[in-house]
Design a protein around this ligand. Structure first.
Ligand code: ADQ
Length: 463
């Protein structure tokens, strides 16, 4: 960090690690890339539950130029804040899943109190010259709580997941409070134009706000800048991973087990937003509609378990295993198993090798903020013989990666058609599409995303 640069203070639910190639989770991957380059303070939950009730442990760890500071949650906070409000209410709702979102007053209360407690612990560690950058749906209220403490410096917020339309968000009992609290930030960033527009619509339709030029929104006496700032990956770094001995070993292993068959892969946390069930149905449809793929293609789904404490996730796991089992039961032969599901994590180098061995990568979420797997897959490809990306129209990445084969994940016929097209695509078309995708992924990297957001925040007028 140079002397003239303001210190960067990042707040996110999970902190670090700054260097861990085995870590799953897009947010950690994106931020670690950014903080390693700039340095500063990273503050959030330790991942630990302390039995001391509301008493919090503050632990500080210095990693290179970045101090990592964390506090514990109590058992009641873990349940109400993390599982309850963040992951039973906000996650499904913001992913347009009103049907499974659950709301209760107690979780709402605990969520706000955790935001308040985090703000109270952070406030003594910062000063008004710092740039505070708060991340994601766990901390909507943190900015307004910091203002309550008396913080008058620059405050930014970035939402990693979608922002649903006001017609859906208003089902949240305290939706007005939630969006009003976002106005305490100077800059609010979204993954896509669509998300930004949904936020602006909420402010206009529900809070009597007004859109001003230059992406500013006024609500009563507050003006906030709302921008679309799509996250990227460390494309050069990931491309290097793909050439590492560990990647090459995994790539070769994949090719060996394929016995010349086409490998189709999917890599996602086991989450209902990722469309894994629909993807399996699409693959089954491929085997029905295009029988030449029986015995000549196989589908590997890597799906590390996530939020297993929640019913919706446990049910999803059972359903995925059942559907995969049914497809295998129906189509497998003595020497061919069409679908393989793995829930283990891989190092990032191993993943890069797996992506490189894949002829097709399926990124077909029903709704996704961005989806970094799509970008990593592109970064890992061999330009002489690149694989094909099949991408959902409902992934944020679609706005930048329009040269992928874009599908409606709800239509198994559409998904099957796209896989078939990918498997039979000429090398020259694969290369042409890959060139365009590569350009997008290497132009807007994690570093660009971070710099673009911080430029906006630095330029924000003081409170
Ligand atoms: P996620 O929902 O976690 O992130 P995504 O963007 O796809 O989704 O990131 C997943 C990350 O985990 C990728 O970097 C991937 O490589 C890694 N990963 C997945 N499976 C793995 C495995 N088995 N082993 C090791 N690593 C694995 C949220 C939003 C997204 C948004 C990101 C970043 O939901 O829409 O893109 O934040 O803003």
């Amino acid at each position: 960090m140079t002397g003239t640069q303001r210190r960067l203070v990042v707040v996110s639910n999970r902190v670090g690690p700054l260097n861990d190639e085995g870590k799953a989770g897009g947010l950690a991957v994106g931020l670690a890339d950014a903080l390693r380059k700039r340095g500063g303070l990273w503050f959030g939950w330790s991942g630990n539950v302390s039995d001391k009730g509301t008493f919090s442990e503050l632990s500080t760890e210095i990693a290179g130029t970045t101090a990592l500071t964390t506090i514990d949650l109590s058992e009641a906070e873990l349940e109400g804040f993390y599982f309850g409000y963040a992951n039973r209410s906000l996650w499904p709702l913001l992913h347009y899943r009103l049907d499974i979102a659950r709301f209760d007053r107690q979780s709402d209360r605990i969520y706000r109190s955790v935001n308040q407690r985090f703000a109270a612990r952070l406030f003594p560690q910062i000063d008004d010259n710092d740039l505070i950058w708060v991340h994601d749906y766990h901390f909507f209220y943190l900015g307004s709580e910091l203002r309550q403490c008396g913080f008058t410096g620059r405050l930014g917020f970035f939402l990693h997941i979608p922002f649903c339309p006001p017609e859906i968000l208003t089902a949240l009992p305290a939706s007005h409070d939630l969006v009003r609290s976002m106005l305490a930030y100077d800059v609010v960033g979204f993954q896509t134009e669509l998300d930004r527009r949904n936020f602006a619509s909420f402010c206009v339709q529900e809070l009597d706000g007004e859109e001003l030029p230059d992406h500013q929104i006024r609500v009563h006496d507050r003006v906030v800048r709302a921008i679309a700032c799509p996250i990227g990956v460390d494309a050069e770094g990931f491309a290097d991973f793909a050439l590492s001995p560990e990647a090459v070993e995994h790539e070769e292993m994949m090719r060996d087990i394929a016995h010349g068959r086409h490998q189709i892969v999917g890599v996602d946390r086991l989450d209902y937003s990722k469309g894994i069930i629909e993807r399996l149905r699409g693959f089954e449809q491929l085997l029905e509609d295009y029988p030449e793929n029986r015995g000549t293609s196989q589908f590997l789904q890597i799906a590390p378990l996530s939020r297993v404490e929640l019913d919706a996730y446990a049910e999803l796991r059972t359903e995925v295993e059942q559907i995969a089992g049914n497809i295998n039961g129906r189509f497998a032969t003595l020497d061919w198993t069409p679908v393989q599901i793995m829930t283990r994590g891989f190092t990032r180098k191993a993943l890069a090798g797996i992506y490189r061995a894949a002829r097709v990568c399926m990124v077909t979420p029903l709704r996704d903020g961005m989806n970094l797997v799509a970008k990593e897959f592109v970064a890992a490809q061999d330009e002489r013989d690149p694989g094909v990306l099949v991408l959902s129209r409902f992934a944020g990445a679609r706005e930048e990666l329009s040269e992928a084969l874009i599908v409606n994940p709800y239509s198994s016929e559409d998904v099957a058609r796209a896989i078939q097209r990918a498997l039979t695509m000429s090398l020259s078309e694969r290369r042409d599409r890959y060139d365009a995708l590569r350009h997008a992924v290497f132009t807007n990297t994690a570093g660009h995303w971070c710099a673009a957001f911080l430029r906006e925040l630095e330029g924000a007028p003081p409170q």
